[in-house]
Write a protein that binds this ligand. Structure first.
Ligand code: F6P
Length: 330
């Protein structure tokens, strides 16, 4: 069976350097998976009693996962800088770069997405996005990370669910690997993942209904009307409150994932973060034949303005995302 190491070597477009960074990201995810598995045994469950840069309650495992990912990203000597959901400022690694490396990278990541779920033993994940580092590393600064999602060279997520999976793209389709705990290898179990273009399943936090804009309310009203309404068919609903798990389900059987702008999050621009949530997941969804939008624009075209910028997110089955964006155009 093909494992990740073999797969990386075989991909002609993956330069050796990117392959090394990717292998380190995968190894970090194996260690994070182990930390989550053993969390209740090692006292790693629960809150830390502090808030992160986003003002969110930090879990102990948020910090552990962040530390693990940072440690692995320093191993290749090819990563020039890191941005994490858990850190206000980037971490520059230029002093650790391999001398004269021709291909340094920047890595942006969410070490433990959906972490509010972790104490309840519900699926969580790690998301990462890899960008080319500007050639002149002496002028590396916050701005160097503000590249549109279309410029990502690789994006991936690990999902810590009923099994641990790594799903990634280097711009040539989407591949899914399952961790074989006996050997520690990620085995290619889901080659060339494709999102079905049509769906009858939506994922949204319905409790925010009264805060949404009217196009969003109208779209959900029509889904809820089912066969009797304009859509002429019944819809099913899912909400795990863990973007990785939600997008993974959509990669497996289709669906639409929505975190819209609303009157509660309008000041911040939305709920989900552009650089290390929406962009990498958007890249994966598009590579699997789906669509990723804010409701009004393609996510991967957005020129980022800030490291922790938030945006509205609508992604998944192509025809359903197009239907929803139609409500915003009307
Ligand atoms: O990172 C944000 C996140 O945890 C996503 O994974 C998830 O989709 C969302 O927040 C859940 O938000 P809420 O708790 O508002 O439903």
């Amino acid at each position: 069976m093909t494992d990740l190491t073999y797969f990386i070597k075989e991909l002609p477009s993956v330069k050796a350097g990117l392959g090394r960074v990717l292998a380190d990201a995968a190894a970090a995810c194996v260690e994070i998976s182990r930390a989550i598995d053993r969390g209740a045994l090692t006292g790693a469950m629960g809150n830390r009693g502090e808030r992160n840069v986003q003002g969110e309650e930090q879990k102990k495992l948020d910090v552990i996962s962040n530390d693990v990912f940072i440690e692995y990203m320093q191993r290749s000597g090819l990563v020039a800088g890191l941005v994490s959901e858990e850190m206000e400022a980037p971490l520059f690694l230029t002093s650790k770069l391999e001398r004269n490396t021709a291909e340094p990278y920047l890595v942006l990541f969410d070490p433990l997405d959906g972490s509010s779920n972790v104490d309840a033993n519900i699926s969580v994940g790690t998301i990462f996005s890899i960008l080319r580092c500007p050639q002149d590393i002496s002028s590396l600064d916050d701005e160097s990370f503000l590249q549109p999602g279309a410029q990502q060279v690789c994006a991936g997520y690990a999902m810590y669910g009923s099994s641990t999976m790594l799903v990634l793209t280097v711009g040539e389709g989407v591949q899914g690997f399952t961790l074989d705990r006996d050997t520690g290898a990620f085995v290619l179990t889901h080659p060339d993942m494709r999102i079905p273009p049509d769906t009858h399943e939506f994922a949204i936090n319905l409790s925010n209904y009264r805060f949404w804009e009217s196009p969003m309310q109208n779209y959900i009203d029509d889904c809820l009307q089912g066969k009797e309404g304009r859509r002429g068919r019944d819809f099913n609903m899912r909400w795990i409150a863990s973007m990785v798990a939600e997008v993974h389900r959509i990669l497996i059987r289709g669906g639409i994932f929505i975190y819209p702008i609303d009157s509660k999050n309008r000041k911040q621009g939305g709920r989900l973060r552009l650089l290390y949530e929406a962009n990498p997941m958007g890249f994966i969804v598009e590579q699997a034949g789906g669509m990723a939008s804010t409701g009004r624009h393609r996510i991967l075209d957005i020129a980022p303005e800030a490291l922790h910028q938030r945006i509205p997110v609508v992604m998944g089955s192509n025809n359903e995302v197009e239907t929803l964006t139609g409500y915003y155009k009307r």
